[in-house]
Write a protein that binds this ligand. Structure first.
Ligand code: C2E
Ligand code: CA
Ligand code: CA
Ligand code: CA
Length: 291
């Protein structure tokens, strides 16, 4: 038989366990509630057209020209303030709102493209981030082409930014879809390159027009041997495979000089400009044209 002391100890342990369990479920509940509130705010934000698209220039430093932009979604809530995409894109993905968000982004790109046309500016390329969740839709090609048509954005002007994570489920199927998109004039850009875990064999079967070196590798290029070696290798790899190479997260003159010397094709980063609203981009491009 258990001694009285042991019984007391066991009861304590159980209570302790209960407390631990209760704490754990409270934490889960708190997070679920937070997501739910964010989802609700996002629905309101979409209904009130508060989810905006800003544009970050991609610069060809040989000519100094803005040859393209990356469309980046922006959300300012009247009560919560700015909410970053890193926070709400995952929620949009999990509650089935990523389609609507992406459609808004494409609409904004189409509108800017038309403003360029009206201003008689030479057209630029629009890079659009494609969520793996959206890519999984069986009718993704048709859906995208439908949006491009509806919002008058020529597919020839579109770069879809994808990440390696899109290839993990079914590389063969993903390759098929990407080939199909490409046959329709769309270009494919491999985003965050160098941060994934897959081996590089997929580069033989996946059609890629552009590699984007992740900003993770931009830190102290001139000093840090590791980063410089990785950046050099990515540029060489991309060029050997006939791809264009873009560096993102370029913040300093030293990085610009380094990347130029290494033959990187395009640069993107705060050194040139953060993402700005359509008006700002148009102004920037008008000034360029004058140069
Ligand atoms: P990403 O596609 O890797 O986008 C680049 C991020 O780096 C952007 O953050 C951009 O503002 C930021 N950035 C640009 N230049 C610099 C720089 O010089 N230094 C630093 N430190 N950062 C720089 P943002 O706009 O907060 O977007 C974060 C992520 O959210 C994006 O990463 C992308 O994965 C996702 N995202 C943004 N817009 C969309 C969208 O329309 N659809 C989807 N599916 N995802 C999006
Ligand atoms: Ca991107
Ligand atoms: Ca990126
Ligand atoms: Ca990223």
């Amino acid at each position: 038989a258990l001694s009285e002391a042991a019984e007391v100890a066991m009861a304590d342990a159980k209570r302790g366990g209960d407390n631990h369990y209760r704490y754990f479920t409270e934490e889960l509940n708190r997070r679920a509630a937070e997501r739910l509130r964010l989802e609700e705010r996002l629905r309101v934000g979409l209904a009130e057209d508060r989810i905006q698209t800003w544009f970050q220039p991609k610069v060809d430093f040989q000519t100094g020209e803005v040859v393209g932009v990356e469309a980046l979604v922006r959300w300012q809530d009247p009560e919560w303030g700015w909410i970053t995409p890193d926070r709400f894109i995952p929620v949009a993905e999990s509650v089935g709102l990523i389609d609507v968000v992406t459609e808004r982004v494409i609409r904004a790109c189409g509108q800017l493209h038309q403003r360029f046309q009206r201003a008689c500016l030479s057209p630029i390329a629009f890079a659009i981030n494609l969520s793996p969740r959206l890519f999984q839709r069986p009718d993704i090609t048709r859906t995208l082409l439908h949006w491009f048509q509806e919002y008058q954005l020529p597919p020839e002007r579109v770069f879809l930014e994808i990440t390696e994570s899109l290839l993990v489920d079914d590389e063969v199927l993903a390759g098929k879809v990407l080939h199909e998109l490409r046959r329709n004039g769309i270009s494919i850009s491999l985003d965050d390159f160098g941060t994934g875990y897959s081996n590089l064999s997929y580069l033989r079967s996946i059609p890629v027009d552009e590699l984007k070196i992740d900003k993770l590798f931009m830190g102290e290029l001139t000093r840090e041997v590791g980063n410089a070696a990785i950046v050099n290798s990515i540029i060489a790899l991309g060029h050997n495979l006939g791809m264009r190479v873009v560096a993102e997260g370029v913040e300093t003159e030293a990085q610009v000089r380094y990347l130029r010397a290494r033959g990187c094709d395009l640069l993107q980063g705060y050194h040139f400009s953060p993402a700005v609203p359509a008006d700002g981009l148009l102004e920037m491009r008008l000034e360029n044209q004058v140069m």
